[in-house]
Design a protein around this ligand. Structure first.
Ligand SMILES: [Zn+2]
Length: 281
C-alpha cells in the first residue's frame, strides 16, 4: 500500500518530533520468567496504571512466523487485523485459527481492504479496490461477510474493527456511526492515546510504527502513558520485512522485552479485552 506510506510516515515523524528529546531511557530486563506480577485494584486499567494494545495489520506471514513466537515468549496477547479476501490470509487459515485459539483477537479489517485511490491515482498495482466506489451499504455488507468468516474461524461474537488505510469516510459520510451493531469498537490511526473516561470507541487513536520509529521513542512513549495512566495502541505491519511499513524484528523483540519489564504497571492485552473493560467501568 505504497500510497498510504507517505501519510503514515508523516504522522510518525510528527509524533517523533513531539515526543523525542535527548533523554536516554535505559532498557529494562526480563530475566525472571517466574516473577509475580502484582495487581493494584486502585489503579485505572484492570489493576494496572496503563494499558498497551499491540495491533498487527493486514494478516501477514510475519505475524505468524515472527510476531506470534515473540508474544508467546512474553506471555502477551495481541490483536491481529486481517482482511479475509487476502491470499496470504486464506493460504494459512489454519495457522490463523491456531493463533486465535491461543487467546489473541483476530480483528476485522474488511474483505478486500478498500482504500482511497486518491493517494496513487495512476497506480493500480496494489490490487486494492477504491473505497470511493463504495456506498455505506456495500462497506457494511463487506464487513458483515468478514465477520461471518472470522466467527467461523474463532467462534467469537465480539470483535473490533480497524479502518483500512484509516479511512473513516465513504464519500462525505462518516461511517463510524454505522458500526455499533457489528463491532464493540473501531481503531483509527490518529496518533493519540486514550483516557478511561475520555475516548471515542469508534475512533480509537493509535500510533503507526515503521522503520523510522526507534526503540527509544517507543519506550519514551510507553513511559509517558504510564505516567498519565492512559491507553496506547500501537499499529505494526511488517515485522521482519513482510511489508513496506516495517519494523526490524530484533527491535520489535526488544520493545516487547521492555514492556515485560514494566508489566507491574502495564496491562498488555487485546483491544477486545480492553474495550470490554472500558465499557464495564
Ligand atoms: Zn491495512
Amino acid at each position: 500500500m505504497r500510497f498510504s506510506l507517505l501519510i503514515f510516515e508523516t504522522i510518525v515523524i510528527m509524533f517523533l518530533m513531539f515526543f523525542y528529546t535527548a533523554e536516554v531511557v535505559s532498557l529494562g530486563t526480563n530475566n525472571d520468567s517466574c516473577e509475580i506480577v502484582e495487581n493494584h485494584p486502585e489503579f485505572t486499567w484492570n489493576g494496572k496504571k496503563a494499558a498497551v494494545v499491540l495491533t498487527y495489520d493486514d494478516g501477514l506471514n510475519d505475524h505468524l512466523d515472527n510476531v506470534l513466537p515473540a508474544l508467546e515468549k512474553m506471555g502477551f496477547k495481541a490483536t491481529f487485523y486481517v482482511f479475509t479476501g487476502s491470499e496470504a490470509f486464506q493460504r494459512r487459515i489454519k495457522d490463523w485459527q491456531r493463533l486465535a485459539l491461543k487467546g489473541h483477537e483476530i480483528g476485522n479489517h474488511s474483505v478486500y481492504h478498500p482504500c482511497p485511490d486518491m493517494y496513487s491515482p495512476d497506480d493500480e498495482s496494489d490490487g486494492l479496490p477504491d473505497i470511493n466506489q463504495y456506498s455505506v451499504e456495500t462497506i457494511m455488507m463487506e464487513l458483515c461477510l468478514a465477520n461471518e468468516t472470522l466467527k467461523e474461524l474463532d467462534g467469537q461474537e465480539e470483535r473490533t474493527y480497524a479502518y483500512p488505510c484509516g479511512q473513516k469516510y465513504i464519500g462525505d459520510t462518516l461511517y463510524s456511526g454505522f458500526l455499533s451493531d457489528d463491532f464493540i469498537a473501531a481503531r483509527g490511526i490518529t496518533a493519540q492515546s486514550e483516557g478511561i473516561d475520555d475516548h471515542d470507541l469508534y475512533d480509537l487513536g493509535a500510533f503507526m510504527i515503521n522503520s523510522r520509529a526507534s526503540l527509544e521513542m517507543l519506550i519514551k512513549l510507553t513511559n509517558r502513558i504510564i505516567d498519565r495512566e492512559r491507553l496506547v495502541i500501537f499499529v505494526f505491519h511488517g515485522v521482519g520485512g513482510g511489508h513496506e511499513i516495517n519494523m526490524d524484528v530484533d527491535q520489535h523483540y526488544q520493545f516487547l522485552q521492555y514492556l515485560k519489564s514494566r508489566e507491574d504497571e502495564l496491562w498488555i492485552t487485546t483491544l477486545r479485552d480492553v474495550v470490554k473493560y472500558m465499557k464495564s467501568e
